[in-house]
Design a protein around this ligand. Structure first.
Ligand SMILES: C[S@@+](CC[C@H](N)C(=O)[O-])C[C@H]1O[C@@H](n2cnc3c(N)ncnc32)[C@H](O)[C@@H]1O
Length: 384
C-alpha cells in the first residue's frame, strides 16, 4: 500500500505552523523535544502524556509518518474502504500516514481511522492534527488502553507505531491486537531501530512464522528463523531517508538530531484462515550497505538459510554498479544452486547479470506490492 508521505508531512508542517508560528526556529520547543528524545532513547521513562505536545509532534511526528509508510510498502493495496485501528495513536502522526494511504484508484476510497489512546491530552492534539483532511477520511477516538477498550469488529487493519516497546514484556501483543480488532486482515507494527525494540518485533515474528493463519508481508521475504536472534547481542533494523520538508528538517537540526536518515524496526503481517499459503517463494532482502573490497563488491543479504553476500567482481563493471545501487530493503529473487554464504554474480555467465539486476530494480521500485513478493526492508546487525 502506497502512502503519500510528502502530502502527510506537508499536512503536519502546515498544522505546526498554524499552531506555533515559527516553530522550526523555536529553541524552547527544540529543548522540550530533545528532552523527550533523551527520555525515549536513554531512560525509556516515557510519561503517559509525552506525546501530547507540539514539540513532540514536530520532532517525532515525521518519524511516525515515514515509518508507517515504510511498513506499508509490502502490504497489499486495498481496492475499497479500509477501517484502521491505530493503537497508541498518541498525537496522531501515525494515523496521519494511514490518512494519506488507502486506495486512490479510480477515486479515493473511504478511510475510517479509529484512534485508541490512553492519554486524553494526546488524543485532543490528535483530533486537531487530523482536521482538514480530505473528505474520504473519517476519524474517531476511543480513549483507553489496548487491553481495556472494547473490540472494534469492523476494523480491516490494525496498527501500532512506537508502542510495542512500551508494553509489558510479558504481554502477548498479537493476541491483544487480535482481541481488539478480531477481523483485521493486516497488522502493522513499527518501532525504533534499537536493540530491545527491534528484537521484540523479531521475536514476535519468530513466534508467528510457522502459523498457517499468518503471512509475513515484511520486512523478511521468507519464513525462516531470524538469524539476528541467534546471538543475544545482535538485532536487525531498517534505515530510511526521511525527505523532510524544509521547516521540519530545520526543527530536527535544532533538536540536534539527524534530519536525513532514521533507523526503525517493523513487522507487517497478514492474518486469516490459510493466509500462509499466499507466502509464495522465498526471497532475499538487502540488510546493509555494499562494501568495496579488494577486487570485488559485497552486499549483505538475508534469506532462507540466514545471512549471506551477493558478490560482484570489479571487472564486471555493470554488475558492480547494479549491486552497489541496491538499497537496504530491496528484494532479490532467491538464487538457485548457491552453496555457502556467497552468491557470485558474473556478467555473461548464464543470464545477463546486468539485465537481471535491472529487473530486480524494477521489481523493487515499480511493481505493485503482492503478498508473495513485494518490496520491504531488513536491517543489519549494526547500531541504529
Ligand atoms: C511513543 S508514542 C507513539 C504515538 C504515535 N503512535 C506515533 O507514532 O507518533 C506511544 C503512545 O502509545 C500510548 N500507549 C502506550 N501504551 C498503551 C496502551 N496499553 N494502550 C493505549 N495506548 C498506549 C502512549 O500513551 C503514547 O501516546
Amino acid at each position: 500500500m502506497d502512502v503519500d508521505v510528502a502530502g502527510a508531512l506537508a499536512h503536519l508542517d502546515a498544522f505546526l505552523e498554524r499552531e506555533a508560528a515559527g516553530y522550526a526556529d523555536n529553541q524552547a520547543m527544540a529543548k522540550d523535544a530533545r528532552a523527550a528524545s533523551v527520555a525515549y532513547t536513554e531512560t525509556r521513562a516515557i510519561d503517559v502524556d509525552t506525546a501530547a505536545s507540539l514539540a513532540y509532534l514536530a520532532y517525532f511526528g515525521p518519524r511516525a509518518v515515514v515509518a508507517v509508510a515504510r511498513a506499508l510498502r509490502p502490504v497489499p493495496a486495498s481496492t475499497g474502504p479500509i477501517h484502521v485501528v491505530d493503537v497508541g495513536a498518541g498525537s496522531g502522526a501515525s494515523a496521519l500516514a494511514w490518512a494519506f494511504g488507502g486506495s486512490t484508484s479510480p477515486a479515493p476510497a473511504p478511510v475510517q481511522l479509529t484512534l485508541v489512546e490512553q492519554s486524553p491530552k494526546a488524543l485532543e492534539l490528535a483530533r486537531r492534527l487530523l482536521q482538514r483532511l480530505p473528505a474520504h477520511v473519517q476519524v474517531q477516538a476511543r480513549p483507553g488502553g489496548l487491553t481495556t477498550v472494547s473490540s472494534i469488529n469492523e476494523a480491516t487493519h490494525v496498527s501500532a507505531a512506537f508502542v510495542v516497546g512500551e508494553l509489558p514484556p510479558t504481554m502477548d501483543v498479537e493476541a491483544a491486537l487480535r482481541r481488539l480488532a478480531p477481523s483485521a486482515a493486516t497488522t502493522v507494527l513499527v518501532d525504533a531501530g534499537d536493540h530491545p525494540r527491534a528484537r521484540r518485533l523479531q521475536t514476535l515474528r519468530d513466534t508467528l512464522r510457522e502459523r498457517d493463519d499468518v503471512v509475513i508481508h515484511g520486512p523478511c521475504p521468507h519464513r525462516d528463523a531470524c538469524p539476528a536472534l541467534q546471538r543475544d547481542r545482535d538485532w536487525c533494523h531498517d534505515r530510511v531517508a526521511k525527505h523532510l520538508p524544509e521547516r521540519l528538517a530545520r526543527f530536527a537540526r535544532l533538536v540536534g538530531r539527524d534530519d536525513a536518515l532514521m533507523s526503525l524496526s517493523w513487522l507487517s503481517l497478514g492474518r486469516g484462515p490459510g493466509a500462509a499459503a499466499g507466502q509464495g517463494e522465498d526471497g532475499l532482502v538487502v540488510v546493509g550497505e555494499a562494501r568495496q573490497e579488494k577486487g570485488r563488491v559485497r552486499l549483505p543479504v538475508c534469506g532462507p538459510r540466514g545471512l549471506r553476500f551477493v558478490q560482484a567482481l570489479n571487472r564486471d563493471r555493470a554488475v558492480v554498479d547494479a549491486v552497489a545501487g541496491l538499497d537496504r530493503g530491496d528484494r532479490l529473487p532467491a538464487p538457485k544452486g548457491v552453496v555457502g554464504d556467497t552468491w557470485a554474480l558474473r556478467a555473461g555467465s548464464g543470464a545477463d547479470a546486468g539485465a537481471f539486476m535491472a529487473a530486480i530494480k524494477d521489481m523493487n521500485r515499480n511493481a505493485p506490492p503482492t503478498p508473495a513478493g513485494a518490496s520491504g526492508a531488513g536491517g543489519a546487525n549494526d547500531a541504529p
